[in-house]
Write a protein that binds this ligand. Structure first.
Ligand code: ADP
Length: 990
C-alpha cells in the first residue's frame, strides 16, 4: 500500500512537474515566436501579419492536450507586456489568444477520426475552416478590442488591425501548425534512404525557385506559381509532412524575400506586401495541404489495396498450402482407409448400374478369398460367391434396394474358393440422378465371422447365465421361503430354540425359550447360557459346547435346567453346530424340549409296569397253583374212573347196567380233556415266565408218535377218523420227550377236532439235520389270512361254539418247537384240510436247560436186596386220601399188594419193618414231604436201594428225577397204564 501510494504520489508529482515544464516551455516558445512575428511590420505595433504563435499554440494543445493552455496565456501576456502593452490590455489579448487555440483544438477533435498527421482531406478542410478561418476571429476580435480599449489603436484603425491580426493568426494556423502537427506524428512508412536524395533534390529546387522568384536577374520569371510544381512534387511524393514542410520553407522564403523588398508581392507598404503574400500563402498552403491529404489518401488507399492484395496473395498461398496438405492428408486417409478396411475387415464396393461394373476395394477381394484386382467382378460373379442358401435373399434385397432407391443392410455368407465360409454384414445405399433414377449402388461389406461367432458364444453364455440366474433366483426364492418357513417354525415352535456362540453367549432366543425358561429375548441375548443351568450343572453347558466344537452332534441329551424363577425343569436337549460360509464352526443351536410331563409319565409307567409285573406274577402263580390244585382231584377222579372201567370190564354184563361202561369211557375222555386244558394253562404260565425247561435225550420220533397215536385210538375212532400212520422208520434225535408228546398231542387233537369224520394222515420223516412230524387232516381248513395268526396266543379262527379251546395249543407248540431250535408251518385250504409240519433239528436244542443222559432204568430185581416176606410189593405215599385210595385200589386190581402211607414219616415207619419192591411217592405232603423223605431214605443204607417213582402234578419234577435219584416220574392225573408200565420193571405181579 505504502509503495503504491508512494508510486502514485511520485507519478502525480512527476506529472505536475512535466506539465509545469510543458507550460513554461510553451510560454517561452510562444514568446520567442511572438518576437519573431513582431520583427515584421505590425499594425499599431501589435497586429502583425505573421503570427507563428497561433499555429504553435494550436499544435501544442492538439499534441500535448488542453492542459498546456496556461503556457499560451502566459506566453501571450509576457510577449504583449514586453511590447509595451499595459497589463490589462495584455491580459485581454492573452485571454483571446488562449481561447483561440482552445476552441480550435476542441472543434478539430470533434471531427471523427481526426489525426494530427492531417493526411485526410476531411481533417485538412476542418483545419482550414474551423481553426484557420473561424477560431482565429476570436483572437483577432478580442485582441483588436483590447488594443482599442487600451487606446493603443483608434477606432478608424480597428478594421485594419482586426484584419492583420486575423490573417496573421490564420497564417500561423495554416503554415506553422501543420508542419508541427505532421512532424509530431509517426510516419506511416519507414523512411527509405534513397528518399533523402529526393528530399535534398526537393529542398534545392525550392531554394532555386526562391532565388529565381525573388532575384532581380530573373525578374522576368518572378512569378510565385513557380513554387507550385515543387509543392505538387512534395504533396505527391512526400505526403502531408513534405507538403507542410515545403509550404513552411516557401513561406519563410517568400516572407523573407518580400520583407527584403523583392518578388512579386512587393507593395508600397510592407504590411500591404505581406498581406498579399499572406493571402497567396494561405491559399497555397490550403490547396496543397488538400492535395497532400488527397494524395495521402490515395497512397493510403493504394497501400491498403496492396495490403489487401498482399493479404489475398497470402491467402492464396495459404490456401494452396492447405490444399496441398489436404491432398497429402487425403492420400494418407486413403491409405489409412485401406489399412482400416484391412484391419476391420470392411471392404467397400460400388456397382455401376448402367455398366454393371462392380468395383471392389482390396479388402473386399481379400474377404472373398481373392487377391486384390484378381478379376473385375460383376454382380453375377459376386452372387456366385454368396452361399447358395443366402443367394436368393441377397439378390432380392439388392434388387429391391435399387427399385425402392432405399438403403439396405443384411447378413449373408460367402464361400471362398478354398471352401471356407465367411459371414458378411453388408450395407448399401442407392445414388440417384436429378430425375430420381438410380445409377449407382455403393456400400460396405464387413467380415463379421468371428464377431458373429463371438456374439453367438456371448449369447449362449448370456443365455446360460440367464438360466443360472433364474435357477439361482428360484433357489434363492425357495431358500427365502424355507428360511421364512424355518423362522416361522422356530417362532411358533413349542420347543425352546436358541443359539449361542462358542463362548456360550446367547445369540438368539425364540418365544418357546421365553416360555420355557421365563427369560425374555432381551434379557437372555448377550448373556451366558449358564443363566439357565442349575448350580450343580454349570460346567455342563460348556462341555456340550466343547462337543459341538469337536464337530459332534448332541441328540436328546436329557438334563435339568433352571427357570428364571429358580425352579428346575427336565429338558431333552439337541445341539448342532452352526457353521459360517467357509464351514468353520462358529456356534451351536440348541433345541430344548420340556420333558417334565414325559418324565412324570415315565415314572408312572414304570410304576404301573412294576404293578403289572406283580399282577402277572400273581396271575401266573395263581394259574400255576390253580392248575396244580386242579390236577390233584382230577388225578384221583381219573384213577377212579380207570379202576371202575377195569373192574367193570372184568365183571359180567349182568352185574351192572349195560350203559355204564360207555358212560365211564365218556367221563374218562372228558377228564383227559380237562387235564390237557389244565396242562396248557400251566404251560402258558411257564412259558411266559421263561420257565420252560427242556430235557434232551436220544429219542426216536417215530416211536413217540406211534405211542401217542395209540393213546388217541379211542378218540380217533369216536371221531370216525381213519388213521394213516407212516412212522415205521426210526427218526432219532436229541429231544425232550415230554415236550414232543405235547406237540404231537396238540396237533393230533386239533386234527380230530377240526377234521371229524375225515381221515388223518400222520407221518415222520428225516434228513441228516432234521426230524419231521407231519399231521394232515381233511377238515375245515384255514384261510390263508388266518394261517399266521393261529400260532399266536389266544388266536382262534373258529368260534367257541364250533369247537372248544383256548386258542393256546398251537402257540404252546410253536414255543416248544422254537425252543428246540425247530419250526412249525401250515399249508391249508379252506374246506380242504390242513397239513402241519414240525421240523426239529436232530442235534441239540437252543434253550436246553441241561442236557441229560438217557435215564437208566434199573433192571427188575436189580436191588440186590431180599424182599420182605410179608412186605407189600408197592408202598404208596400220598396225603390225598382219595388218590391214595384210587391208586391202591387200581394196583390191587392189577394184582399188586399195596401198603399206604399218608406222609414221609409214616412211610419211614413202615419201611422199618417192611421192604416193598417200589415206592410211589408224592412230593407235596404235610409232616414230612417227599423231598425230606428221599433225604432220609438216602441216609439209610438198607432203604437206599428201594426204587422210588415220583407221582406229582408238577411235571417239572420229571427233570429232577435223576437229581433226586428216583427211578421214574408219573404226572398227575395218573394214567393207569403209565403207572403200571412204570411199576412193572421193578415189581413182578403177585
Ligand atoms: P384251540 O384248538 O384250542 O382253539 P389251537 O391253538 O390249537 O387252539 O388252534 C388255534 C386255532 O387254529 C383253532 O381255534 C382253529 O381255528 C385253528 N386250527 C388249529 N388246527 C386246525 C386244523 N387242523 N384244522 C383247522 N383249523 C385248525
Amino acid at each position: 500500500m505504502a509503495v503504491q501510494a508512494h508510486e502514485r504520489a511520485t507519478t502525480v508529482v512527476g506529472d505536475t512537474l512535466r506539465r509545469l515544464a510543458g507550460i513554461v516551455a510553451l510560454a517561452v516558445i510562444y514568446v520567442a515566436g511572438a518576437r519573431l512575428g513582431l520583427m515584421l511590420d505590425a499594425v499599431a505595433g501589435f497586429a502583425t501579419l505573421v503570427w507563428p504563435p497561433s499555429g504553435l499554440a494550436l499544435a501544442a494543445l492538439l499534441v500535448f492536450g488542453y492542459r498546456l493552455w496556461p503556457g499560451v496565456a502566459i506566453g501571450a501576456f509576457v510577449a504583449n507586456v514586453w511590447m509595451g502593452a499595459p497589463p490589462w490590455v495584455a491580459l485581454g489579448i492573452a485571454a483571446g489568444n488562449s481561447l483561440e487555440p482552445l476552441l480550435g483544438a476542441y472543434a478539430l477533435r470533434k471531427i471523427e477520426g481526426f489525426s494530427n498527421s492531417l493526411d485526410r482531406v476531411r481533417d485538412v478542410l476542418g483545419l482550414i475552416a474551423i481553426a484557420a478561418l473561424v477560431s482565429t476571429t476570436i483572437s483577432a476580435t478580442v485582441g483588436a478590442l483590447s488594443l482599442l480599449s487600451g487606446g493603443i489603436v483608434s477606432v478608424p484603425q480597428l478594421a485594419e488591425t482586426w484584419r492583420a491580426w486575423w490573417v496573421g493568426d490564420m497564417m500561423g494556423v495554416l503554415v506553422v501548425a501543420p508542419v508541427l502537427l505532421t512532424w509530431s506524428t509517426r510516419p506511416r512508412q519507414p523512411r527509405q534512404p534513397r528518399r533523402w536524395v529526393e528530399v535534398v533534390g526537393l529542398g534545392m529546387s525550392v531554394g532555386a525557385a526562391g532565388a529565381i522568384v525573388f532575384s532581380d536577374i530573373t525578374a522576368t520569371f518572378g512569378q510565385a506559381y513557380l513554387f507550385f510544381p515543387l509543392l505538387v512534387w512534395a504533396a505527391l511524393r512526400f505526403g502531408q509532412r513534405g507538403t507542410t514542410s515545403t509550404t513552411f520553407v516557401i513561406s519563410v522564403i517568400t516572407i523573407t524575400g518580400t520583407a527584403l523588398g523583392n518578388g512579386p508581392f512587393v507593395r508600397p507598404q510592407l504590411h500591404l506586401s505581406l498581406f498579399a503574400l499572406q493571402l497567396f500563402m494561405a491559399v497555397t498552403a490550403s490547396t496543397f495541404m488538400i492535395l497532400g491529404a488527397s494524395s495521402s489518401e490515395r497512397r493510403r488507399a493504394v497501400e491498403d489495396l496492396e495490403v489487401v492484395q498482399q493479404g489475398l496473395e497470402n491467402m492464396v498461398v495459404e490456401r494452396t498450402a492447405a490444399l496441398t496438405s489436404m491432398n497429402t492428408e487425403l492420400h494418407r486417409r486413403g491409405a489409412q482407409l485401406a489399412e482400416a478396411q484391412e484391419i476391420t475387415h470392411i471392404g467397400s464396393w460400388e456397382w455401376d448400374l448402367a455398366t454393371d461394373v462392380l468395383r471392389w476395394t482390396d479388402e473386399m477381394y481379400r474377404i472373398c478369398g481373392l487377391s486384390p484386382g484378381e478379376l473385375e467382378p460383376s454382380l453375377r460373379d459376386f452372387l456366385e460367391r454368396v452361399h447358395p442358401e443366402d443367394r436368393a435373399a441377397v439378390d432380392e434385397v439388392v434388387r429391391q434396394s435399387v427399385t425402392d432407391a432405399k438403403p439396405f443392410e443384411l447378413d449373408h455368407r460367402v464361400v471362398r474358393p478354398d471352401g471356407t465360409v465367411r459371414v458378411l454384414h453388408a450395407r448399401g445405399r442407392v445414388f440417384t440422378d436429378k430425375t430420381a433414377k438410380p445409377y449407382r449402388l455403393a456400400g460396405t461389406s464387413q467380415d463379421v465371422t468371428e464377431q458373429r461367432a463371438a456374439e453367438e458364444a456371448l449369447q449362449k453364455a448370456h443365455d446360460e447365465l440367464e438360466r443360472r440366474v433364474q435357477q439361482r433366483t428360484v433357489e434363492l426364492r425357495k431358500l427365502t421361503q424355507e428360511r421364512l418357513l424355518l423362522a416361522a417354525i422356530v417362532d411358533s415352535s413349542e420347543d425352546a430354540i436358541l443359539s449361542k456362540d462358542l463362548d456360550g453367549t446367547i445369540v438368539s432366543w425364540n418365544e418357546g425359550a421365553e416360555r420355557l425358561y421365563g427369560y425374555s429375548a432381551e434379557e437372555a441375548i448377550g448373556r451366558n447360557v449358564n443363566i439357565i443351568a442349575p448350580a450343580d450343572r454349570q460346567n455342563e453347558t460348556m462341555d456340550l459346547v466343547a462337543e459341538i466344537r469337536q464337530g459332534k452332534h448332541v441328540a436328546h441329551h436329557e438334563t435339568i435346567r433352571r427357570r428364571k424363577d429358580g425352579t428346575g425343569i427336565h429338558v431333552s436337549l439337541s445341539l448342532s453346530a452352526i457353521r459360517d460360509a467357509a464351514g468353520n464352526i462358529i456356534g451351536a443351536s440348541a433345541i430344548a424340549r420340556d420333558i417334565t410331563g414325559r418324565k412324570q409319565a415315565e415314572e408312572e409307567r414304570s410304576h404301573l409296569l412294576l404293578e403289572l409285573e406283580d399282577a402277572v406274577r400273581a396271575r401266573d402263580a395263581l394259574i400255576s397253583i390253580a392248575s396244580h390244585e386242579l390236577r390233584t382231584p382230577l388225578g384221583a377222579l381219573q384213577l377212579q374212573v380207570h379202576l371202575l372201567m377195569r373192574t367193570l370190564s372184568r365183571a359180567s354184563a349182568e352185574q351192572y347196567p349195560e350203559l355204564t361202561l360207555p358212560k365211564l369211557g365218556s367221563i374218562d375222555r372228558q377228564v383227559s380233556r380237562l387235564a390237557r386244558l389244565i396242562d396248557n394253562l400251566l404251560d402258558v404260565s411257564r412259558i411266559t415266565a421263561g420257565r420252560l425247561q427242556l430235557e434232551l435225550e436220544e429219542i426216536d420220533l417215530s416211536a413217540v408218535l406211534r405211542e401217542i397215536v395209540a393213546r388217541f385210538e379211542e378218540e380217533l375212532r369216536r371221531a370216525r377218523c381213519d388213521v394213516v400212520l407212516n412212522a415205521d422208520a426210526p427218526v432219532v434225535g436229541s429231544w425232550d420227550r415230554i415236550r414232543l408228546e405235547q406237540i404231537m398231542t396238540n396237533l393230533l387233537s386239533n386234527a380230530i377236532k377240526y377234521g371229524e369224520g375225515k381221515p388223518v394222515e400222520i407221518a415222520t420223516s428225516a434228513d441228516d439235520a432234521m426230524g419231521r412230524v407231519i399231521v394232515r387232516d381233511y377238515g375245515i381248513g384255514i384261510a390263508p389270512k388266518d394261517q399266521a395268526r393261529i400260532f399266536e396266543r389266544f388266536e382262534r379262527v373258529v368260534s367257541g361254539r364250533q369247537a372248544g379251546g383256548f386258542g393256546l395249543g398251537l402257540w404252546i407248540v410253536r414255543q416248544i418247537v422254537e425252543a428246540m431250535g425247530g419250526s412249525i408251518g401250515v399249508t391249508s385250504e379252506l374246506g380242504a384240510g390242513s397239513t402241519f409240519v414240525v421240523e426239529l433239528p436232530r442235534k441239540g436244542a437252543t434253550r436246553s436247560a441241561s442236557a441229560t443222559k438217557p435215564r437208566s432204568i434199573p433192571a427188575p430185581g436189580d436191588t440186590g436186596e431180599p424182599m420182605g416176606a410179608e412186605a407189600e410189593q408197592v408202598l404208596v405215599v400220598e396225603d390225598d386220601p382219595d388218590i391214595l385210595e384210587a391208586v391202591s385200589e387200581a394196583l390191587r386190581t392189577e394184582g399188586y399188594t399195596v401198603a399206604c402211607a399218608a406222609n414221609g414219616m409214616e412211610a419211614i415207619e413202615y419201611l422199618k419193618t417192611a421192604r416193598p419192591c417200589i415206592i410211589l411217592l408224592d412230593l407235596m405232603m404235610p409232616v414230612m414231604d417227599g423231598r425230606q423223605f428221599l433225604v432220609a431214605k438216602a441216609q439209610s443204607s438198607s432203604l437206599a436201594t428201594i426204587p422210588v417213582v415220583l407221582v406229582s402234578a408238577d411235571d417239572q419234577l420229571a427233570r429232577k428225577a435223576e437229581e433226586l435219584k428216583v427211578a421214574g416220574f408219573i404226572q398227575k392225573p395218573v394214567d393207569m397204564d403209565r403207572l403200571l408200565s412204570a411199576i412193572a420193571p421193578h415189581c413182578p405181579r403177585a
